[in-house]
Design a protein around this ligand. Structure first.
Ligand code: HEM
Ligand SMILES: *[C@@H]1O[C@H](CO)[C@@H](O)[C@H](O)[C@H]1NC(C)=O
Ligand SMILES: *[C@@H]1O[C@H](CO)[C@@H](O)[C@H](O)[C@H]1NC(C)=O
Ligand SMILES: *[C@@H]1O[C@H](CO)[C@@H](O)[C@H](O)[C@H]1NC(C)=O
Length: 489
């Protein structure tokens, strides 16, 4: 008995001596940070157990617990890896623009098991090449062409909304809409697929996303094991297989076209083509995963942004009237074209204000590949940093009356009052969202089109009502409420 106690005592001492020796500089830094310093660092889990103190186990709840109880900045240990959490605009600005801070934080590693060489998680050297290459798929000429695609797609959705009761799960509804927008606008594969097949692929991607979210919350299970043994992991494999089957023919056609037709290759480059060109010898499986990553980066995000915008418009009738009036003045009953978009200023401001209150990517994590000077302190190389975009966007220091939904903050005449680093729904710096211009175009077209056809109402009364959750993209615990009733002509 005594011997085993001694042994345990000895091992504990050895563990902590070793820990302090290895992590002395991070401990010193976290002493400067203060918040989070006194939580005991346990073997294997570090201080991650503090997530148990928050309302539910997900990163958004953790951020809200920190904000309410402890305050930013805050220190966390994921096993022996130090994480610095901040919402300070000056620090966030330094991080996102720093050339040695473009690698993703280690907690994104789990994504690598599904999206192994996707642009989102690859290390810096590979990322640089990919970013340049895939940037060609988001050029303004392509965007301009896509305006009609989005417009056409939104018209079909509007017909659907007119004759079907407002869907209960509007997150899912707009998610589905957005993943299809992606396939229509970015893959050129739709002409080889029936609309049923395309919907199927879209649904598969949404399902994979849901399953992945559940993987990200489980902290202690190795993703390899998860994929091999757990039902959710097996399901992902099966779904990927299925989507490969459906898209096989389309991919083969694209490959053939690329081989035969040089001119086609010069003029229009969608994401699928770019994937095929980037690595001509990749298997269909790899190509499918690359495309699937883009599809999932573009769908949840756009879908949730649509949902939150409609819910907020439903909650604020006077603002909805302003959007309606602007759309009627600028577009009227005509088709929406790319020339209309710059004139939809209030609509755009409404989108920005929605993304301020509900940044659909509420937390971003990067890794510090060298010591980084934050002005008041130097964060040591090897740390990770997390920025809480949600708290940045709701900080009263930068946003007077932060919980008020007021699109006029983003009108051109007021924009000079905004500190650019206090608003970054698409992140910022070199590794920001590659699809941000596309997302804005799609959101603007869709929202303008829906706003002129429907009167939107919602039961929600205040922003505080929403119980926010996030693994990667932000959701509310229950799908929010919102109704669409056709406007009488
Ligand atoms: C409202 C819509 C969207 C929001 C709020 C959003 C937000 C973001 C954010 C915050 C990041 C950066 C994360 C970081 O800094 O670590 C990001 C990255 C990315 N997004 Fe988006 N996004 C949206 C739509 C889209 C769309 C439509 C696409 C493409 C079809 C897309 C593709 C990507 C890709 C590929 C990356 C990784 C970029 C890189 O690592 O270089 N996103 N997005
Ligand atoms: C959308 O496109 C389809 C086929 O590409 C076409 O038949 C339909 O008329 C278009 N709808 C609108 C509203 O332009
Ligand atoms: C792809 O394979 C072909 C022939 O197998 C080879 O000549 C070519 O260099 C390879 N390309 C790349 C980018 O690996
Ligand atoms: C923005 O500008 C308008 C005048 O164009 C003004 O009425 C409004 O109060 C301003 N809003 C903010 C938040 O500054």
């Amino acid at each position: 008995m005594i011997i085993s106690l001694c042994l345990i005592g000895f091992c504990t001492c050895a563990f902590y001596l070793h820990f302090v020796y290895r992590n002395w500089q991070y401990l010193k830094f976290s002493w400067q940070v203060k918040n989070g310093f006194w939580y005991p660092i346990l073997p294997l889990i570090g201080t991650m157990y503090v997530s148990l103190f928050s309302e539910s186990i997900n990163i958004m709840s953790l951020m809200q617990w920190i904000d309410k109880i402890k305050g930013f900045p805050f220190s966390l240990w994921d096993a022996d890896k130090y994480i610095y959490i901040t919402k300070d605009t000056k620090e966030v600005k330094i991080f996102v623009n720093h050339p040695k801070c473009v690698n993703k934080a280690p907690f994104y590693d789990k994504l690598k098991f599904i999206f192994d060489d996707s642009i989102f998680v690859v290390p810096e050297e590979i990322w640089k090449k990919q970013r340049k290459h895939f940037g060609m798929g988001f050029k303004s000429s392509i965007l301009k062409n896509n305006v009609y695609v989005y417009y056409n797609h939104s018209c079909r959705m509007i017909e659907d909304l007119k004759y079907v009761e407002t869907p209960k799960d509007i997150f899912r509804y707009f998610d589905r809409y957005s993943v299809q927008s992606f396939f229509l606008g970015n893959t050129g594969i739709s002409k080889y697929l029936s609309s049923f097949e395309m919907e199927k692929v879209g649904d598969i991607i949404l399902e994979i996303q849901d399953l992945l979210n559940s993987l990200i919350i489980i902290p202690f299970i190795s993703p390899k094991l998860w994929l091999a043994i757990f039902p959710a992991g097996k399901k992902i494999k099966k779904l990927l297989e299925e989507s490969k089957e459906i898209t096989k023919y389309g991919i083969a056609q694209k490959k053939k076209m690329l081989r035969e037709n040089q001119e086609y290759r010069e003029n229009s480059k969608d994401i699928l083509e770019l994937c095929l060109i980037y690595n001509p010898n990749d298997s269909d499986d790899k190509i499918m995963r690359q495309v699937a990553f883009f599809a999932s980066a573009g769908s949840d995000t756009t879908g949730y942004a649509l949902t939150f915008t409609f819910v907020l418009l439903g909650m604020h009738q006077e603002i909805q009237e302003k959007v309606y009036k602007e759309v009627m003045e600028v577009v009227g009953d005509k088709d929406i074209t790319h020339q209309d978009l710059p004139n939809l200023k209030y609509t755009e401001a409404t989108i920005c204000e929605t993304l301020r209150l509900f940044p659909v990517v509420p937390v971003i994590g990067r890794s510090c590949d060298e010591d980084i000077d934050l002005g008041t302190k130097i964060i040591p190389k090897g740390s990770s940093c997390i920025f809480s975009i949600l708290h940045l966007h709701r900080d009263p220091q930068y946003w007077p009356d932060p919980l008020k939904f007021d699109p006029s903050r983003f009108l051109p005449e007021n924009q000079s009052k905004i500190n650019p680093s206090s608003f970054m729904p698409f992140s910022a710096g070199p590794r920001d969202c590659i699809g941000k211009a596309q997302a804005l175009v799609n959101l603007k077209v869709t929202i303008a089109n829906v706003a002129r056809h429907f009167k939107i109402t919602s039961n929600h009364r205040s922003i505080q009502e929403f119980s926010l959750q996030s693994c990667l993209t932000m959701k509310t615990r229950e799908s929010p409420h919102c109704c669409f009733s056709a406007r009488k002509k």
